[in-house]
Design a protein. Structure first.
Length: 384
């Protein structure tokens, strides 16, 4: 597929900061610390940055305020607000701008202090008036509807949803930065306090502070940076609806479209992907996205994840950081799936490292299953 400059741009720096709780720091502080770490990882300086991509939970003018905070004068700023998929879209925009020579070094950053500031998920939108009368819990009730419909249509069980949470915890136990590392069982997930039927507390993501950042440049320049480049092979997105009541099919997401376009851009198939990072704000997400991204047929996601299939030692390495369910979830998780993909491809993940990882898929979800974005990365410019 023409359009995306596959393999012609690369990620040369990646970092996180303030995972868990970071008292005394606001969202911009956290994003700044992660950005400085990512630039140091790349062997670059703030003065090298001429394109700034940032989405902050409560700052609609973050492109300008963050540039001011950092003391840089970028040629480009981008404050895309499509929720947790924003960062995949920003990677696509950065790759296009870099390849066109419109900029030389792009910084993509995010930070949130929601855990220490409020102790709960920060809401950046509200229910439409036609949904509000039913008093849904936003966003969990929307995902509960998708889970209930999947269970009705395909026989998916609470225990299969629980497999997702238990697998994520298994990966988190090998991640020293993960917020939840204690053992977790299927029975504990199934028996947890109900939040919005059929999703219980342990089917839901964490509420944490945290920040992440990545640095991109053109492939020819990337070879001179401090770390081995990770190449952007594909990036595609799709929006299917806004409110959950407008979703065409509660069991099918726009990942069917974004995934298909990304595979075509990269010249790859699901079987070619070594590591998968999906946006697991709720356990049903992982099942839906594994289906829609082609790792198993529609309706088979519950059975696909059974018996530890996506846990350490399983047949497919999924959410190797521990994901939003056990690693961290500071409001928007998309950029953290990219950072974990990069670390896996650079062989930096220690006990949770996937041997021989050469390709990674990072998938972001925004809104109420509304915006889907798929990025494919590789440790070589092209895949033979």
């Amino acid at each position: 597929m023409e359009g995306f400059p596959s393999g012609r741009t690369a990620i040369v720096g990646a970092a996180t900061f303030g995972i868990g709780k970071a008292p005394g720091l606001d969202a911009m502080d956290l994003a700044t610390h992660a950005s400085l770490r990512a630039l140091d990882d790349a062997g670059l300086a703030l003065s090298d940055v001429d394109a700034l991509f940032i989405t902050q939970p409560q700052d609609t003018l973050a492109g300008m305020s963050f540039a001011d905070y950092l003391g840089v004068r970028p040629r480009i700023t981008d404050c895309n607000r499509s929720g947790g998929s924003s960062f995949m879209l920003q990677l696509a925009h950065a790759a296009l701008a870099l390849d066109a020579g419109y900029c030389d070094v792009a910084l993509i950053a995010y930070g949130s202090n929601q855990a220490t500031a409020s102790g709960k998920l920060v809401q950046t939108s509200r229910n439409a008036f036609w949904d509000a009368q039913y008093k849904p819990l936003r966003p969990v009730s929307a995902y509960a509807l998708a889970a209930a419909r999947h269970m009705h249509e395909y026989g998916t069980t609470k225990a299969q949803l629980a497999e997702v949470a238990v697998a994520a915890r298994g990966w988190a136990q090998s991640n020293p930065d993960a917020c939840r590392r204690e053992p977790l069982t299927i029975d504990e997930v199934v028996g947890a306090r109900m939040i919005s039927d059929p999703l219980g507390k342990l089917d839901c993501c964490l509420v944490t502070d945290g920040a992440a950042a990545i640095v991109m440049t053109r492939a020819d320049r990337a070879r001179d940076c401090a770390k081995t480049p990770v190449y952007a092979l594909a990036a595609a997105s799709a929006v299917t609806h806004g409110e959950i009541s407008s979703m065409p099919d509660l069991t099918v997401t726009g990942a069917t479209e974004s995934g298909a376009r990304a595979y075509a851009q990269a010249g790859l198939r699901p079987d070619d992907i070594d590591v998968v990072q999906v946006y697991d704000a709720f356990t049903i997400n992982t099942i839906l996205f594994l289906e829609d991204l082609g790792f198993c047929p529609k309706g088979e996601g519950g059975r696909f994840v059974e018996n530890g299939a996506i846990a350490p030692g399983g047949r497919l390495a999924v959410n190797t950081s521990g994901g939003g369910l056990s690693y961290c979830h500071p409001g928007m998780f998309g950029l953290f799936t990219l950072v974990e993909s990069i670390r896996q491809l650079r062989g930096e993940c220690g006990a949770r490292q996937v041997p021989g990882a050469g390709t990674a898929l990072a998938h972001g979800n925004g809104g109420l299953l509304s915006s889907q974005a798929t990025v494919i990365l590789g440790n070589a410019p092209t895949h033979s």
